[in-house]
Ligand binder design. Structure first.
Ligand SMILES: CC(C)(COP(=O)(O)OP(=O)(O)OC[C@H]1O[C@@H](n2cnc3c(N)ncnc32)[C@H](O)[C@@H]1OP(=O)(O)O)[C@@H](O)C(=O)NCCC(=O)NCCS
Length: 228
């Protein structure tokens, strides 16, 4: 049986450490014994939420704790809170990004001096290629449409996940919303990806690195690191 709210895995990755926590499906309140494992300020955040949001908030914080501990951070001193736009308020020395799906919460934690981080978990069996025209820039869409039908959604999914990770890395620094047309994901041999940004001329410049990790069950984790 899955051990809900416990660490499913911890992996060192290029940008730091990635940790995943198993989540229960459904809407049941998170047990008090699980809430007790959080920092009191994280617990207060979780107790203000209900249903799925509560499960996600708790899962994300537990995944953060697992990843940060693996990097030697003192998580009891450094709770992970959120700003009014829901971006993680990471402790001073660390960059943190979170993502969750029905059964898993994932945190990416790395040293702040190396750059801002973004992470996104996507995947599963469902074909959502109908979102391609919203997610892709015209030049990306031309490449997607040249693929055999069965390869289109896996390709769009990578672009979508990387762009969501780009958003999580940059939105807190830019302080504004930006849509999917603001980035182009270029796919190279050996699963490598790179990102070209199309921000406003008044925005700061960023140097971006991206990586896609494949998990079992046709799932992927996109990770982005931004310096600028
Ligand atoms: C903000 C957004 C990326 C969050 O994704 P989501 O569908 O809620 O799904 P995920 O589970 O993957 O991520 C949730 C986590 O994202 C993080 N997040 C939410 N808003 C954020 C923001 N403005 N900045 C950074 N991180 C943010 C939070 O940590 C959140 O977890 P928490 O609420 O439990 O703390 C998404 O809702 C969105 O608005 N996307 C459109 C913008 C975009 O992607 N543009 C493309 C630019 S190229």
């Amino acid at each position: 049986m899955t051990d809900f709210f416990h660490t499913a895995w911890v992996r060192p990755v290029r940008f730091g450490v990635l940790a995943a926590v198993a989540l229960p499906r459904g809407l049941e309140p998170v047990p008090a014994t699980v809430l007790e494992r959080l920092h009191p300020r994280e617990r207060a955040l979780a107790e203000a939420e209900r249903g799925r949001r509560q499960i996600e908030v708790v899962g994300g914080r537990l995944a953060y704790r697992a990843a940060a501990k693996a990097l030697g951070a003192d998580v009891d001193e450094h709770p992970l809170l959120s700003d009014s736009a829901r971006a993680p308020l990471a402790p001073a020395d660390w960059a943190v990004s979170l993502t969750h799906k029905e059964d898993l919460a994932v945190a990416l934690v790395g040293p702040a001096q190396a750059g801002l981080l973004g992470v996104d978990l996507e995947g599963g069996a469902r074909d959502r290629s109908s979102i391609a025209s919203r997610v892709c820039r015209p030049e990306e869409l031309a490449l997607v449409e040249a693929l055999p039908q069965a390869e289109r959604w896996p390709d769009v999914m990578v672009r979508f996940a990387v762009k969501e990770a780009v958003y999580k890395a940059l939105a807190p620094r830019l302080g504004r919303f930006f849509g999917f047309q603001a980035a182009r994901v270029d796919r190279h041999a050996d699963e490598r990806v790179s990102v070209a940004l199309f921000l406003e001329p008044t925005d700061p410049a960023f140097e971006l690195e991206a990586e896609v990790l494949r998990l079992e069950g046709a799932r992927i984790v996109a990770m982005v690191r931004a310096r600028g």
